[in-house]
Design a protein. Sequence first.
Lengths: 114, 113
Amino acid sequence: TQLLEQSPQFLSIQEGENLTVYCNSSSVFSSLQWYRQEPGEGPVLLVTVVTGGEVKKLKRLTFQFGDARKDSSLHITAAQPGDTGLYLCAGGVLDQGGSEKLVFGKGMKLTVNP
Amino acid sequence: DSGVTQTPKHLITATGQRVTLRCSPRSGDLSVYWYQQSLDQGLQFLIQYYNGEERAKGNILERFSAQQFPDLHSELNLSSLELGDSALYFCASSLQIPADTQYFGPGTRLTVL
């Protein structure tokens, strides 16, 4: 059974601070996705990384996939109140039929105070 | 707005009852996924359909079943409900498989009393 552990689980910071969220597993994944979920809504995909060591930047967000494709990190620079939400990582697991199941971590609840 | 619609938004029922959750995927998407999100377990994959056929199964209980209809909408049936089934149920859709992007609906909040 593939498991993804996210840390920290909760983070409350002031506007302008930087933060890093970690997503770790002992399993290898075909892809690693990061989602952001706001209360009352479904998760929204932020990024997908597929290559070990890959780094993707999306404005103030930097995503990295570990070399062994077992872990990932999300770094937010100069956090803003609008970044508040639940950040979920999800690992892709391919089955023999070609479908990719997503295994989700439990998420990191971020609160950015003005 | 992801383009995925789910009804109802909220559902309150009693233990032992049966409910049906409905999902309409984004226009053109052939694949539908169902997930359960609870505080203790997080977001868990239940089942996937592609063009009417079951493609993958996750942690779906035998009391739960799903289907995808010819018009590509999907229904998740939950029976003999227990208190522990209270959760958010999300549907997601994608154009292709493996999915490059899964688009999630707003969810159905089920409360079992």
